[in-house]
Write a protein that binds this ligand. Sequence first.
Ligand code: PRP
Length: 183
Amino acid sequence: MSLYNDAESILITKEMIADRVRELGAELSRQYRDKNPLMICVLKGSVVFFSDLIRAMDIPLEIEFMAISSYGNSIRSSGEVKVVKDTDKSLENRHVILVEDIIDTGLTLSYIKNMLERRAPASLKICALLDKPDRLQVDIEADYVGFKIPNKFVIGYGLDYAQKYRNMPDVCVLNPKIYNRQP
Ligand code: PRP
């Protein structure tokens, strides 16, 4: 059975994503030329966007991974953010770009940003594929945004519901029947 059967609609097609990722990659390449940026992927949701984004950049850069857990299997943010895996490298004096798949309430990003700022990077910018302004609970903004989206539960291109759908190439709206279903 296709994963797409659980989707209500396709919100952002893989072609739209590819175009926007190319633009973001070009912009970051221009702004970070000769800065050897340290790109941090926030697992797991960002991994698909991250791997496309770094390949859309044609400058020297380094990559690092962090794992944060905030949602569990629920669709609502618990507000509780846990660092499951930290970066291996020091951020001191580095130009850091934090790459996120989605800013929903902003709680995760706000927590990570504060934590990383204390590590004395030369600069710290945020690049998020998706931004859901209607849900924002804290005063935080990404420096680079792929798409602003409405307040719908989205899956695909790295984003999950209960760990499923991350491998769908498009960003889709999950059919509410799926998360309203009784266990
Ligand atoms: C998602 C997403 C962001 C966060 C955004 O991560 O990747 O990190 O939620 O939500 P917020 O703005 O309300 O804090 P999740 O904890 O679902 O983990 P995942 O990346 O492994 O799917």
